[in-house]
Design a binder for this molecule. Structure first.
Ligand code: 9MR
Length: 354
């Protein structure tokens, strides 16, 4: 149990607040109305969601995305990526990032900012020319300097580097690696520390790391190397893009997160979704509910796991069907805005100590 949970539980007892009550289709706990309320009561900083720019035209969608009882944090799914932020060399355009970050900030929602350095969604000017090592380091610094300065007081955390490792724990072969060498990671984190505000948490973010495996072990080794050399890093993000019925177990997820919390880092679930082989069924939804709940519980029970972000909450805008044909329905809300069993399972797990 997290410290905040304990103190909250004591405060609840002493204040004589209402005991958890049962509601139709799920339980409701005290005054908590949604997942973020429950997450905060359980000692997490937030329950959050990715939001993508096309969704900003959908008022029904926004009424949920901006409901702070459900979501206390927003992450731009695309709007802060390199191809949109710096579409021409040294020409910066914050329109798409601002469209997500500004309303969330005005609404009192935290923001996870995503991402300074990735191998994907890079602009043509960057990928279509061979730069020297010195040039690319200076391009990287200029990009981080501008974006970090622009969003200086806007981000609880930045995903500084995204998906730099292969499954076997070797470095992914990207233009960053082949031009600069593995030290590009150190440059990115040093530049991020130099230009973000002091409180901003600097994260490394990746998928398929929710077990102790070659990839997560390699990332833990990188963290230890950073710490030895004085390279700043504050957190590791576990994307948690999962498949119904074959997610890592609760124990495996806790063990993987502990590789990093024992080094003094915080961790977070940053892109949770659980995709299902179509057609969907009641049985598959029940399994998906268990899978979602397991991951949320693993974070809740791990000291220094600060929060859970779903990689969008509404099936029609999920990235899954584009990339995995025949799979889908990966989110907590279905196409007709019904909350799925997974929603209630997550609520139950967050509220279970009340
Ligand atoms: O959700 C994003 C989708 O709209 C984009 O088309 C895609 C491009 O690769 O990126 C998606 O978000 C990814 C995130 O930035 C990093 N982790 C994996 C996510 C799903 O692909």
């Amino acid at each position: 149990m997290k410290f905040a949970t304990l103190s909250l539980a004591l405060a609840t007892v002493s204040a004589g607040l209402a005991a958890p009550s049962q509601g139709p289709g799920g339980k409701y706990y005290g005054k908590a109305k949604g997942l973020n309320d429950l997450a905060r009561r359980a000692g997490l900083l937030y329950f959050g969601t990715a939001v993508d720019n096309p969704s900003l035209n959908n008022s029904k969608y926004l009424s949920i995305a901006y409901d702070t009882s459900e979501f206390g944090q927003a992450t731009p799914a695309n709007g802060q990526k390199w191809m949109y932020i710096e579409p021409q060399r040294n020409v910066f355009n914050y329109t798409m990032g601002d469209a997500i970050i500004k309303p969330a900030k005005n609404n009192g929602q935290m923001r996870r900012c995503h991402t300074f350095l990735w191998h994907s969604q890079l602009p043509d000017w960057l990928t279509s020319k061979n730069y020297t090592k010195t040039e690319l380091i200076s391009i990287l610094e200029n990009h981080i300097k501008n974006e970090a300065t622009y969003y200086k007081n806007d981000c609880y955390a930045w995903d500084v580097v995204n998906e730099a490792f292969n499954e076997d724990g070797t470095y992914r072969n990207t233009l960053w690696l082949w031009t600069i060498g593995p030290e590009y990671l150190e440059y990115a984190f040093k530049f991020a520390r130099k230009y973000t505000s002091r409180q901003t948490k600097l994260y490394y973010n990746d998928y398929n790391v929710e077990r102790v495996n070659n990839k997560s072990i390699a990332i833990a080794k990188m963290v230890r190397d950073f710490q030895r050399k004085g390279v700043p890093i504050d957190g590791v993000g576990f994307q948690a893009h999962f498949k119904t019925g074959s997610t890592p177990s609760y124990e495996e997820q806790v063990a993987s997160m502990k590789q990093f919390t024992k080094l003094g880092l915080e961790v977070a679930i940053t892109e949770l979704d659980v995709r299902t082989l179509l057609p969907d069924s009641a049985e598959k939804q029940a399994q998906q509910a268990k899978d979602y709940a397991n991951t949320v519980k693993a974070c809740k029970d791990t000291d220094d796991c600060v929060g859970v972000t779903v990689w969008d909450f509404w099936d029609p805008v999920s990235w899954v069907p584009d990339v995995f044909p025949g799979e889908g329905v990966a989110c907590l809300w279905s196409a007709n805005y019904t909350k799925k069993p997974a929603y209630y399972a997550v609520a139950d797990v967050l509220g279970e100590d009340d």
